[in-house]
Unconditional design. Structure first.
Lengths: 368, 94
């Protein structure tokens, strides 16, 4: 299947044409936010806590600014923080896209920085509007699969259906990341290693999952029907589908070969383990689009990569009807099967790649 | 037709209940290649919980999603509730 994407000077191709505003430190956030508010549709994100040096955070911000869904970037720094805005800009500029920098202290403070930054953004936004489009296919796509707010329905409806979509995407030549926080991998070493494409990947997966034992299942989970930790872990894992595992996403580098990859947080790069942080991590790793399954429901989205919400709980779908893209609850009602909902999710991913806005995009849920 | 059970993989020996199932009920369980077997519930199985769709011996693997998720701690008959009282998560490979 073909759709129109946005080609970038470095040869990458994206499914959105964002102007990103990156703040390097909390002290720069208000100025960055005020600049963003002058315009319709910028993507604001940055480092919310701390001003010490952190290579993982630096790399993450560079990866997000360099993302193919981003057309142009403004980096806003104060001036004394260890992650220097000019360094971030210099790295992102290697992609060939327009990048500008505002240093609040050197520019003369809040109001002058807001004016300077706003004029730079205005200029860039006019520039990026004229960029030509280019055909892209599923083999250009990277799609991230993530769980959030799981409940008993997640492992029965939403995750298996997303797994079907993962398989369809891989068959169509795409790259799929399945995201797990480390606790979800405990005890799964052999299960994952069995699916690895070669012995080297198998060993790395075993290494990653090495654990001291089997944690118990919570009472809430037990009441919902989950019997063992393995059952819960596999229920989360099945969002990645059934295809062989090609590897593990290394840092924020998109793998050179298409296929199915395990992704986790790069240690030290995230600010907490929230749903938006997971979505951000998937985007930083190169995901064009993130599919998020939920049971109890969430309203959050994420920056840079559009988030598609899939919910399998009938009550949640009725309650949060405005915040769900794909209602997978007919599986729980016995009225649809996993395969047909999976096919629906696959088609939604392609539609979103082709430009359809997701619910979180329309509602402006660009949490960072 | 509204299904009352869900089997996630052809290799599974359990099905998940999509509604509270009562003892004595007969429910269709959909298996590989569109096959259907009728299973008589021997016990109540609440929504989201599992029922055995074939006999599972003590020490045998409980298979869901086509993968081992636990070991039976006693003999389990088809139609029985499969949960913490007759399954352990210990003793599987790391």
């Amino acid at each position: 299947m073909e759709f129109l994407g946005y080609p970038r000077p470095d040869g990458q191709i994206g499914v959105r044409n964002h102007l990103a505003i990156i703040y390097t430190v909390e002290c720069a956030k208000v100025v960055a936010d005020r600049i963003a508010r002058q315009f319709q549709g910028t993507q604001l994100f940055g480092r919310r806590t701390g001003c010490n040096w952190s290579k993982p955070v630096f790399d993450k911000l560079v990866a997000l600014g360099s993302h193919p869904n981003v057309a142009g970037v403004l980096v806003v720094g104060f001036g004394c923080e260890y992650i220097e805005a000019t360094d971030i800009s210099a790295e992102i500029a290697k992609t060939g896209k327009p990048v500008e920098t505002v240093m609040i202290r050197a520019s003369g403070g809040t109001l002058k920085s807001i004016e300077l930054g706003s004029r730079l953004v205005r200029q860039m936004m006019l520039q990026i509007e004229t960029l030509p489009r280019q055909k892209m296919t599923t083999s250009d796509l990277v799609v991230g699969m993530d769980c959030s707010g799981s409940d008993a329905t997640s492992g029965l409806a939403a995750n298996p259906a997303v797994g079907v979509a993962s398989d369809l995407l891989i068959e169509a030549g795409a790259t799929v990341y399945f995201f797990n926080v480390w606790q979800e991998l405990l005890g799964l070493g052999e299960v994952l290693a069995d699916r690895a494409i070669n012995a080297e990947v198998a060993e790395r997966l075993r290494e990653r999952c090495r654990s001291a034992g089997n944690p118990p299942v919570s009472l809430g989970n037990q009441r919902g029907g989950l019997t063992t930790y393995r059952e819960k872990a596999v229920g989360a894992l099945c969002k990645g589908g059934t295809k062989p595992i090609t590897g593990i996403v290394e840092g924020f580098r998109r793998p050179s070969k298409p296929g199915l990859y395990l992704q986790e947080f790069v240690e030290g790069s995230n600010e907490g383990e929230s749903d938006p942080q997971c979505a951000m991590a998937m985007a930083a790793g190169g995901a064009h689009i993130v599919v998020e399954t939920t049971g109890v429901g969430t309203v959050t989205g994420g920056i840079i990569a559009p988030v598609i919400k899939v919910c399998g709980n009938p009550q949640t779908c009725a309650l949060l009807v405005d915040d769900i893209d794909i209602d997978a609850s007919p599986i729980m009602e016995g009225e649809a099967d996993v395969v047909e909902i999976g096919a629906l999710i696959y088609r939604e991913v392609l539609a979103v790649a082709d430009g359809r806005l997701t619910v979180t995009e329309i509602l402006g849920h660009f949490e960072d | 037709m509204r299904k009352r059970t869900l089997v996630l993989n052809d290799r599974d020996n359990v099905a998940s209940a999509l509604t509270d199932l009562q003892p004595g009920e007969q429910v269709p369980v959909f298996g590989p290649a569109g096959s259907v077997q009728q299973i008589q519930l021997r016990q109540a199985v609440p929504l989201g919980h599992k029922l055995a769709i074939q006999a599972i011996g003590c020490g045998e693997v409980i298979v869901k999603y086509g993968m081992p998720i636990g070991l039976a701690t006693q003999d389990i008959k088809a139609g029985e509730h499969v949960h913490i009282h007759n399954v352990t998560g210990e003793g599987m490979d790391a």
